[in-house]
Design a protein around this ligand. Structure first.
Ligand code: FES
Length: 121
């Protein structure tokens, strides 16, 4: 069966930022409890200031890497990041979202996480 060609993407990059919040004391924690909402707001504001109209930044529910949060994922590459500060956000912006590079020190990999990783057989 042949598939019809996909339409072109709406955005050059699509960033999903987890802003899920769990109650205090939940064993998995949550990204919002670690500051993701404030840092999402900062990311959106800086992207706008930089004129990145072809980059869409959306809040997301739980991305299921809670223990590693705050987390975000950038598509179409499917590159995941853990970030802690506005300095981390600035580096992701300038290196990945503007120049197409990677911030290796913040990247998450499938083997990262509790008990040897998420989704790794
Ligand atoms: S709460 Fe953010 S990945 Fe689950």
């Amino acid at each position: 069966m042949s598939l019809p060609p996909d339409p072109p993407p709406y955005f050059r990059l699509h960033v999903f930022v987890c802003t899920n919040r769990r109650p205090d004391g939940h064993p998995r924690g949550s990204c919002a409890a670690k500051g993701s909402e404030r840092l999402r707001d900062y990311l959106k504001a800086r992207a706008k200031e930089l004129g990145l109209g072809d980059v869409r930044i959306n809040s997301a529910g739980c991305l299921d890497r809670c223990e590693l949060g705050p987390t975000m994922v950038v598509y179409p590459e499917g590159v995941w990041y853990q970030y802690r500060s506005t300095e981390d956000i600035d580096e992701i912006l300038s290196t990945h979202l503007v120049r197409g590079g990677r911030v290796e020190r913040l990247m998450l990999r499938p083997e990262d996480g509790p008990a040897g990783g998420y989704g790794v057989a």
